[in-house]
Design a protein around this ligand. Structure first.
Ligand code: 6R9
Length: 588
């Protein structure tokens, strides 16, 4: 284990927002935190109002809310007042289109200003904001548009042409497509900006209630199509509090979240948390580049930085030379999320950047950070940290007949959280059964395996299912397998996450061919290309291996666990349910 990192607070820096973790844990109540939010008459609550309009109301509207850095060197600031006005216009435009409470508005776009206007305007209109990752191919986009029953999609002309146009007839719920860069040549679409120009600047305060649906995030399981996790407006209390206590955000801070808003981190912490805490959010449109990133930290005088282990490992690879000549002295706090943060990354950051990364743990379903390393506390490198005040976390084991048992410190089991915090997901869209399966005895069961040590620090062990985390993105093997199975040569396909030095895991496919096909390099390339065209680069497998047939249970489920064990040369473990072995055993 890497050595403990002791914190000595720098007297020249502002004191941490959370000064006494233990005292706050002992006294905290969500009721008080939620009461702090109710700023609208008649107990109404709205994330977008909390995020932007309240700053205008308190006279801080001229502060920069969004600082957008374009791919080609553009730099554009939007004040809180401007964002309030533009999101009012967008909400008014949606209403003119007949979109209202509960309707789903999807966005498929890179990190462009229109994305932030869409998010805030959708929330003000009482509609449900649903981001789709722009590197998804046509198939993941189709599946999510169908499942969400989106009535509106905001996108760019290029993404529309590449991913939507051909399948538009199969999307009957999708009534309006708004193109952010429309030149009027695409039939059946509207211009986002023309709509925005015609919408009035003003609107009355939003009428949403705390339990109204606000956000829809798709997340993947092991089986079936992606699950739509629903969050409500009340979640904003958790966004605000974690922003303040974990990320140590305060008004006037310059804050950079590198996550893409196509995923939950990019919305909870790449839109909502910085705005509700009055910070200036830096958004970089470009992809990762070590030198560009250090230049942004330096030039923008970033105070708080939230990023991911894959990016940190790439920065480590770029070496200390890349940071030379850059002044990172404005940085006060750095945090990471999405995958295990290796202890070396923490010690490296301390040595090279002068500050340690603080690991945080949470999920699409939890909506906000649940376990964290805090600015005020010492760091045990490799540990995810300790639960947020207001969150009870435990390690449990499911009992075969239902219910759970709590385990002792040091024992490995499933990480569980006592249900009931504001940003807890309220349902899986149209899948009540799956939602209920996530809970037992009042605990939310995360699906992650972990250990809690005697001092209350949590340590990540792995997943208890087959989902794959690649570059911080959660990929469902079923979605990838389904697409490969559509190729005429493929009889069966199974995906695993193969360990990778930088991405954490990469998606690796195992394929059994139909009898008339023979394995070849050309066919492997064809299949990889086929998957990439349909799924997009973020989801498609990077490696593909032919095998004669896939290990399956007698009920026909692919045993990805065995594929993984074979790949890694690990013991095969319990194979009692494997097809062809031990036929007396019941199916699983
Ligand atoms: C926010 C986000 C959730 C899954 C989660 C776990 C993994 C997240 C982690 C971590 C180890 C951390 N994960 N943070 N694993 N250490 N600090 O990533 O949400 O995309 O839903 O993924 O990511 O396996 O269950 P989501």
């Amino acid at each position: 284990m890497a050595a403990l990192i002791h914190k000595i607070l720098n007297a020249n820096e502002p004191a941490p927002n959370l000064m006494d973790y233990r005292a706050m844990r002992a006294t905290f109540s969500w009721d008080i935190a939620c009461a702090e939010q109710a700023r609208l008459p008649y107990d109404r609550l709205n994330i977008a109002f909390e995020a932007v309009d309240r700053w205008v109301a308190t006279g801080q509207g001229e502060v920069a809310a969004l600082r957008w850095l374009g791919k080609n060197g553009e730099r554009q600031d939007f004040s809180y007042t401007e964002l309030a006005r533009l999101s009012n216009r967008f909400a008014n435009s949606l209403e003119q289109l007949g979109i209202g409470p509960g309707d789903r508005v999807c966005i498929l776009a890179g990190r462009i200003p229109e994305l932030y206007i869409t998010a805030l305007g959708t929330l003000k209109a009482g509609a449900v904001f649903c981001p789709l990752f722009s590197a998804f191919g046509p198939e993941p986009v189709r599946v999510r548009l169908v499942k969400s029953q989106a009535r509106v999609l905001v996108t760019t002309t290029l993404l529309y042409q590449r991913k939507i146009r051909e399948q538009r007839n199969n999307l009957p719920d999708l009534e309006h497509i708004l193109l952010t860069d429309s030149d009027g040549s695409e039939p059946g679409t509207h211009s986002f900006h023309t709509l925005l120009e015609t919408g009035p600047d003003h609107r009355s305060p939003p009428r949403t209630r705390p339990e109204d649906w606000a956000l829809l995030h798709f997340t993947s399981g092991t089986t079936g199509i992606p699950k739509g996790a629903i969050h409500v407006h009340q979640a904003v209390a958790a966004h605000q509090l974690t922003g303040r206590w974990v990320l140590d955000l305060r008004p006037g801070d310059i804050y950079w979240c590198t996550a893409d808003p196509g995923w939950v981190t990019g919305v909870s912490y790449g839109i909502i948390a910085p705005f509700v805490n009055g910070a200036t959010l830096v958004v970089d449109e470009a992809e990762f580049d070590a030198r560009r990133w250090y230049a942004i930290l330096d030039r923008e005088r970033v105070n708080v930085w939230y990023t991911a282990p894959t990016a940190i490992r790439m920065l480590m690879k770029a070496g200390a030379e890349a940071v030379q000549g850059h002044d990172l002295s404005a940085l006060r706090f750095m945090a990471s999320v999405g995958e295990p943060l290796n202890p070396e990354a923490v010690t490296w950051s301390l040595a090279t950047l002068g500050r340690p990364f603080h690991d945080t743990w949470w999920q699409t379903e939890t909506g906000a950070i649940m376990i964290a390393n805090y600015r005020v506390l010492d760091i045990r490198p490799g540990s995810m940290g300790q639960p947020l005040p207001g969150i009870e976390a435990a390690i449990v084991r499911r009992r075969p007949g239902g219910g759970v048992d709590r385990l002792e410190p040091g024992e490995e089991g499933e990480l569980a959280l006592r249900a009931g915090w504001p940003s807890m997901f309220r349902s899986y869209l149209d899948d009540e059964e799956r939602y209920q399966q996530c809970f037992a005895d009042g605990w939310y069961l995360s699906g992650d395996l972990a250990i809690c040590d005697i001092d209350g620090y949590f340590w990540f062990v792995g997943r208890n299912d087959d989902v794959i985390k690649t570059s911080g993105h959660l990929i469902g093997p079923f979605e990838v397998e389904n697409v490969l199975m559509e190729h005429p040569a493929v009889a069966e396909a199974g995906m695993i996450g193969k360990p990778d030095e930088f991405a954490g895991q990469i998606v690796k496919a195992f394929v059994a061919l139909k009898p008339s096909y023979v394995p070849s390099d050309a066919l492997r390339k064809e299949l990889l290309g086929f998957a990439r065209t349909r799924l997009g680069p973020a989801v498609a497998p990077r490696e593909l291996e032919f095998i004669p047939d896939l290990p399956k249970t007698r009920s026909g489920k692919i045993m990805r666990r065995l594929l993984r064990a074979r790949e890694l040369g690990l013991p095969l473990g319990d194979v009692s349910t494997l097809e062809g072995e031990n036929p007396e055993e019941p199916d699983v």
